[in-house]
Design a protein around this ligand. Structure first.
Ligand code: ARG
Length: 312
């Protein structure tokens, strides 16, 4: 009898080892859903409001933003790495659970980078396909302050999600050529359709299908230098979750009327993200974190079974 109970417990453990995964995303345990009040311009984010936001640093100095998409993967912009290929990877680090740049708290987790997967078709001039997946050398432990965001499966899914509120976040400057912000900032923005954004008086045809514009026509709400790589995240009321809809990429100066921020449109990169995530390092790690416990479980079960058989 006892052995049968033992077998059941071991089986339950085995099932959880194999199935535990990333189905929880885009929720913020420490902060309520966005209210209906409008925010124009930036303000300091409530602490823990954007648990997927990270700071990618070179020699401990903020370089770019990034977004946690899994415990080992951080989405960012290719231009954050493209011109820095000569800098040793070991000088980079990824900091999560951070609010004040100069004063990382107890909730902060720091990881080094094992691999940088830049989009193969990145075009430095346009800059089209400005997305990169950074793989960490060891996984983040998810906490109230550190969570993954959800990613849209494709363009249709992005459309169906029917976003009500979108926000940009980062430690970037408050004005063009300004200094970094020490405290994480947030601003509400509107998604701007490509046709409008491509008007002659706006970006004049520069915006590809892999980009999405967000901001306000007046320019009052925008990202700026230092925000790059960070998220444009939108809230789905139906699902009560946040999705990363864009990766901060570029803009003509900052906060200029009819020159909104331009973001790499993540719904266009869902397949790319999936392949990049399953390949190499992450696959090796999954082998360690999933398969090995599962194999141990199987061995244990076998042992228990043999034991049970002997008893009878
Ligand atoms: N390229 C900038 C960076 O590296 C982001 C600029 C965004 N500009 C804008 N006007 N929204 O941080």
């Amino acid at each position: 009898m006892e052995f049968k109970a033992g077998v059941l417990v071991v089986m339950a453990l085995c099932v959880s080892a194999l199935t535990s995964s990333e189905d929880s995303c885009g929720q913020r345990p420490l902060v309520a859903s966005p209210g209906m009040s409008r925010i124009v311009g930036g303000r300091e984010a409530p602490e823990g409001a954007w648990p997927w936001q990270v700071s990618i640093q070179i020699q401990s100095r903020h370089h770019c933003g990034g977004t946690i998409v899994s415990n080992l993967g951080v989405l960012t912009a290719t231009h954050c790495f493209y011109k820095y290929l000569k800098i040793s990877r070991s000088l980079f680090r990824v900091v999560a659970g951070l609010h004040v740049l100069s004063a990382p708290g107890d909730q902060t987790q720091i990881r080094s980078i094992s691999e940088v997967k830049m989009h193969e078709d990145y075009n430095g001039v346009s800059p089209d396909n400005d997305v990169t997946l950074v793989l960490l050398s060891s996984p983040f432990d998810f906490t109230g302050h550190i969570q993954p965001v959800c990613t849209p499966h494709n363009v249709t899914h992005e459309f169906i999600l029917n976003f009500t509120h979108c926000f940009i976040t980062g430690w970037g400057s408050r004005y063009y050529r300004g200094r970094l912000n020490n405290r994480l900032q947030e601003a509400e923005v509107e998604l701007i359709d490509r046709r409008t954004c491509n008007l002659i008086t706006w970006y004049d045809g520069f915006i590809t299908e892999n980009m999405i514009c967000a901001g306000l026509e007046s320019g009052a709400s925008d990202s700026c230098q230092g925000d790059s790589g960070g998220p444009l995240q939108c809230y789905s009321e139906d699902e009560d979750r946040f999705y990363v809809v864009g990766v901060t990429s570029f803009g003509h100066m900052c906060g200029h009327p009819r020159r909104p921020g331009v973001y790499a449109r993540t719904s266009r990169f869902a397949d790319w993200l999936k392949t990049s995530q399953t390949a190499s390092a992450s696959a090796a790690h999954k082998l360690n974190t999933r398969l090995i416990p599962a194999l141990l479980c199987a061995a244990l079960m076998l042992l228990l079974n043999i034991h049970t058989v002997c008893q009878q």
